[in-house]
Design a protein around this ligand. Sequence first.
Ligand SMILES: [Zn+2]
Length: 299
Amino acid sequence: MYKHKRILFISLFIISVSISYWYFHNQIFFLLQNISPTVEGEKLLSVSFLDVGQGDSIYIKTPDQTDILIDGGPDNKVLSELGETMDFWDHQIDIMILTHPHADHIVGLIEVLKRYEVQSVYYTGVIYPSREYVIWLSLIEEQDIPLFVVTKEFELRLADKTELDFLYPNRDITHERFEEVNNSSIVTKLIYDQTSFLFTGDAEKEVEAELIERDINLQATVLKLGHHGSNSSSSEAFLQAVNPKLAIIQVGTNNSFGHPHLITLKRLERIGMPILRNDFEGTIKLESDGINIYRNYSN
Ligand SMILES: [Zn+2]
């Protein structure tokens, strides 16, 4: 009798673990089911959060095959990541965006400028004294690449139902010195039909508050959390305003900054926000058919 009870207990335990795993798994991936999108490959928007260690790098391919790279991470790892993610014959980046000149965002872009044909570059022109910043700017000048300074809110039309909205900075910060250069980060929202992605660079709570104040539509399906999940970003009000279905944290394994911050993780947990992080998942590739977002595990 005792043995039967034990078997029953063990069975119940296994069943409940399986159910919680199933529930948890579906909670996280309810939008990201590993099933084929409803449209053909060429109509998909893909967004890859590249595994570049402790830094940001996001590669986007629009349905009309425009290649966009937001930041390049802290070293040349971005090259092997792009090699795996981009079509092997494609050596062209149409739009390069530097959110802000910190090394964990700019160094990889220097490597990309050396190896890829970059067609246009967007940055803020903020003052920041670093060798990498000077090298990056001189490479752009040497190669005669059109360099655009973001000084206002505007939209870049990319394809049918696809646009990249530049939300911040909405003023000219060229030649401005920031006490916290994270707060000079370019914030963009990528929209493809009914799906959207918000990329915030390392923008902190001050910028988040300003964006909320400006009464723009911040709602996005996927949010790349600001400043690698640090507690200086992702305020409750901002998470509410964006109201994403999924948050992404670009962060390196065992990084010395303690990113993501435990308080941020708790905040996300409290509101039941599913997260995916590069230190656990490697490169995270999401695809949108304009209605739903799917996770592509093949990278
Ligand atoms: Zn950073």
